[in-house]
Ligand binder design. Structure first.
Ligand code: NAD
Ligand code: ZN
Length: 259
């Protein structure tokens, strides 16, 4: 951001339109993706430095069938979980800017595809955050659904178990997140869709808007009469629905539009 409050590369007209829409709205639903957490040191999947952009094979680890069928995929996944930069990550200016919407009393819900819990750490009430893809902070048994803090399970990996099994039923453990090929939790995605259909502004931040059904929040909001603001560093699959499109760095643009 420049000293005069303008943001490099983003049209000042688009910025002021977004500011006005947000300032006038009494019901804002926010939808976030991995791009809001890259400034906290957690890579996204499809951005220029994304995990899949740099290593297309990494996509396999996010596929449910590969994970359940291939012990080597699971072993690699456990090593990645132990080493994840998310454990030391702190919320950034983008996360903090969104908390202001909650403080003003205009936030319907913060729907996130992220699994890192940085929105809650930034100060959101946990029950305002709808985690459509789950959380990496718990592990869950694929067979009996036993759920416990991920750090307990990661300690077993650090102690030498390469593919820790469920302590209750010996089933396969994974993180309590939604893998590709896995169904979403019906009540959670229904709440996300309800929030998108009951807002007057839908603000989508840091997502390629290409993962479904989550990305449907955008056309749903539009069809229900909401104005749509999209903030992302590159084009998204939903740009045609945007009333205001802000292509730029989230850490600059988001604090500038929320104020
Ligand atoms: P994505 O990787 O598909 O898209 C992220 C988008 O953010 C990209 O278009 C990228 O250009 C943009 N971006 C990245 N940093 C930015 C910045 N500083 N300023 C502006 N734009 C920036 O992410 P997605 O749409 O969230 O889908 C990926 C899936 O992977 C999600 O379902 C999510 O569950 C999971 N995921 C989560 C995390 C996390 O929790 N932090 C990280 C990686 C992946
Ligand atoms: Zn079990």
């Amino acid at each position: 951001m420049r000293e005069d409050g303008a943001v490099e590369d983003v049209s000042s007209q688009a910025l002021s339109e977004a500011r006005t829409l947000l300032a006038q709205s009494l019901r804002v639903t926010v939808f976030t993706g991995a791009g809001i957490s890259t400034d906290s040191g957690i890579p996204d999947y499809r951005g220029p430095n994304g995990l899949w952009t740099r290593n297309p094979k990494a996509e396999k680890m996010s596929s449910l069938s590969h994970y359940l069928e291939d012990p080597e995929v699971r072993q690699l996944a456990w090593q990645n979980r132990v080493r994840s930069p998310a454990w030391d990550a702190q919320p950034n200016d983008g996360h903090r800017a969104l908390v202001k919407l909650e403080e003003r009393g205009v936030l319907v819900a913060l729907v996130t595809q992220n699994i890192d819990e940085l929105h809650q750490q930034a100060g959101h009430q946990p029950n305002n955050v709808v985690e459509v893809h789950g959380t990496m902070r718990y592990s869950r048994c694929w067979s009996c659904a036993d759920r416990r803090p991920m750090q307990e399970t990661l300690q077993r990996v650090r102690d030498g178990e390469i593919d820790p099994a469920c302590l209750l039923c010996s089933g396969i453990l994974k993180s309590d997140t939604i893998s590709f090929g896995q169904s979403l939790v019906p009540e959670v995605i229904e709440r996300a869709m309800w929030a998108s259909e009951n807002c007057d502004v839908l603000l989508a931040v840091g997502s390629s808007l290409s993962v479904f059904p989550a990305a449907n929040v955008v056309p749903r909001a539009k069809a229900a009469g909401a104005r749509v603001i999209i903030i992302n560093g590159e084009p998204t699959k939903m740009d045609q629905y945007a009333d205001v499109l802000l292509v730029g760095k989230i850490g600059d643009v988001l604090p500038a539009v929320i104020g």
